[in-house]
Ligand binder design. Structure first.
Ligand code: COA
Length: 144
């Protein structure tokens, strides 16, 4: 079976906390714990091993935004990122969202290519948002 066929996408569960905290150290353990309870973290799992991660945020507590997304290097370009995105989109549609947002650093052309290749369009930039004065490019995707 291919990587994509073997990959299970699901919401993170309490037993995934440690992996999530190690892999995404940009938020505290407390934040991660709360997000797991609130279905705001999605993971990709292959043969019992976690390999993909999406952290969902809500701008103004209501507009969905991907705060973090990654796939372990060895499993990239196999469709895992897209499979997690599909899962997220179905979840958002179920809750009545018709649009959501994402972003990437201005100096990360590959991440930007992934967004464009998955139906996002660029919708703005915040200059100097990241360390070193690097800007952040924002993307939007409408849900049919
Ligand atoms: C961005 C990332 C999550 C993509 O995950 P992935 O599982 O490798 O992506 P997928 O295999 O689902 O790609 C789906 C489509 O996106 C596009 N795409 C993906 N990676 C791309 C790249 N490096 N360059 C150009 N297009 C790309 C392609 O259209 C691809 O379809 P194809 O392979 O049939 O051509 C992964 O590369 C990653 O973890 N990168 C490091 C972290 C990061 O940059 N995160 C995003 C910013 S928050």
């Amino acid at each position: 079976m291919s990587v994509i066929e073997r990959t299970i996408v699901r919401f993170a569960e309490p037993q995934d906390l440690e992996w999530c905290v190690v892999e995404d150290d940009s938020v505290t353990e407390q934040v991660t714990r709360n997000k797991i309870v609130n279905d705001e973290i999605i993971v990709g799992e292959i043969d019992g091993q976690l390999i993909g991660y999406v952290r969902l945020e809500y701008l103004w507590s209501k507009i969905a935004y991907i705060g973090m997304l990654f796939v372990e290097e060895a499993y990239r370009r196999a469709g895992v990122g897209r499979k997690m995105l599909n899962f997220l989109e179905n979840h958002l549609k179920e809750y009545g969202h018709d649009v959501f947002y994402s972003s990437s650093q201005a100096d990360e052309p590959e991440a930007q290519a992934w967004h464009r290749g998955n139906g996002f369009t660029e919708c703005g930039m915040i200059n100097g948002l990241n360390e070193g004065g690097i800007g952040e490019v924002f993307f939007r995707k409408f849900l049919a």
